[in-house]
Ligand binder design. Structure first.
Ligand code: F6R
Length: 264
């Protein structure tokens, strides 16, 4: 299935590019500017279609964007009442009230601060005893909502998107995944130590991401520069899952100067 995304691959996106595939690379001065720009783009999507289906990421990177969106909401300039969301991933196993769960992150950093309807929020159940069933249900719900209109992504230092980790092959659908040592180490900053980081996660697959109508990828800081370079200037390669984004017809990357350091 992934092969069909490879037709029309366009490599080597340059700053300011807005080529035939409508890919856009926007480089902002710092994290704050990146967050503001990202929030503007998400707000425009919701103004354009108030019933947008958003794919959402967690982690450090989109935190500033969520804060900016809450500010725009508080000014009365944006209405989330018809918006539907699907989060990308969740640790397995982790309970929703654990402060390190993505469930807790989304409720406390975003959903509890805006007027989204509870019924329109879709989060993966990190405690399920039937992960396969949970994955199937999630894919079915995404389809039922008509797919993702705008997918927001961060990028792992190893090039992962969602928790689609580098490997010899990538999974198309939502699945249970073993996290790589690099990801466990990178994410241990939120936990007491590496041992406390769950070793597995449930993540939407590459097809769900690549089938989104539009994708907005955010990256900030020097530690993301290598992954950004490989994703943007390198070959499409399962060992850098983000490189598959080069095949997407409506990709916007909003990154800061440090994350852009290694770009051609
Ligand atoms: C989180 C997710 C991950 C993160 C990535 C970067 O929902 O899907 O792919 O976007 O691990 O994380 P941060 O932003 O913490 O560097």
């Amino acid at each position: 299935m992934l092969e069909r995304y490879l037709s029309g691959v366009r490599k080597n996106i340059q700053p300011g590019d807005k080529g035939g595939n409508d890919m856009q690379l926007i480089i902002e001065k710092n994290y704050q500017e990146m967050s503001k720009k990202a929030a503007e783009l998400v707000a425009s999507q919701i103004t354009f279609d108030p019933a947008s289906v958003l794919g959402l990421a967690t982690g450090s990177t989109p935190l500033g964007m969520y804060n900016e969106l809450v500010k725009i909401f508080n000014k009365g300039e944006i209405d989330f009442s018809e918006v539907i969301t699907f989060n990308l991933d969740e640790y397995y196993k982790i309970s929703p009230d654990n402060k390190n769960s993505y469930h807790y992150y989304m409720m406390n950093n975003f959903f509890n601060k805006i007027n989204i309807k509870g019924a329109n929020i879709n989060l993966l159940d990190g405690m399920t005893d039937k992960p396969q069933q949970e994955c199937k249900n999630y894919d079915r719900e995404i389809k039922r909502a008509g797919g993702i209109d705008l997918q927001i992504l961060g990028i792992g230092p190893n090039g992962h998107i969602g928790f689609n980790e580098p490997g010899d092959k990538l999974c198309v659908e939502t699945h249970l995944v073993d996290l790589t040592e690099e990801t466990i180490k990178a994410n241990s900053r939120f936990f007491a130590n590496c041992k406390k980081v769950p070793k597995r996660a449930i993540t939407v697959g590459m097809a769900t991401i690549l089938k989104a109508e539009k994708i907005l990828l955010l990256a900030s800081g020097k530690k993301k520069a290598r992954a950004v370079k490989k994703a943007v200037n390198g070959y499409v390669d399962t060992k850098i899952p983000a490189s598959f984004l080069q095949t997407h017809p409506h990709l916007t990357m909003v990154i800061d100067e440090e994350a852009a350091l290694l770009l051609d």
